[in-house]
Write a protein that binds this ligand. Structure first.
Ligand code: FES
Length: 131
């Protein structure tokens, strides 16, 4: 189980909820009364774009050894694979650059803006509206 914090979605919708790893962000929002605009629900329109930040503990403070590889990718950080369709939509709507999309593909990392209808929850996150 992980924490999902919704912030900035309007009155009564800012809340912390517990979600299952592997659940879809849009479903978690809908099940908890948080309204995220949608149209296609298929990663094509971009209307469900949200900002997503990882909520991680500082592994160095926890006494754990960091596992940063030579490319600067910390294996202890929460990561999730993003489909080409989602990356293409985010680039097309100007939410991320083409370079950010290529980097996300290469290192299996997520971008700071996600499509809620495509975002599988893998760890605790903070979710804000994308404007
Ligand atoms: S609802 Fe269209 S991209 Fe998510």
């Amino acid at each position: 189980m992980v924490n999902v914090i919704f912030c900035g979605f309007g009155e009564g919708m800012d809340k912390r909820v517990i979600a299952k790893q592997g659940d879809l962000l849009l479903r978690v929002a809908n099940n908890n009364g948080v309204v995220i605009p949608t149209d296609c629900k298929d990663g094509m329109c971009g209307s469900c774009a949200v900002k997503v930040e990882e909520l991680t503990i500082d592994m160095s403070e926890a006494g754990a050894k960091s596992e940063v590889d030579p490319d600067g990718w910390d294996k202890n950080k929460y990561t999730t694979y993003m489909e080409d369709k989602e990356l293409a939509t985010l680039v097309e709507m100007g939410a991320i650059s083409k370079i950010e999309a290529e980097s996300a593909q290469q290192y299996a990392q997520q971008t700071p803006v996600r499509l809620a209808c495509q975002c599988i929850i893998k760890g605790s996150i903070l979710v804000k509206p994308f404007e």
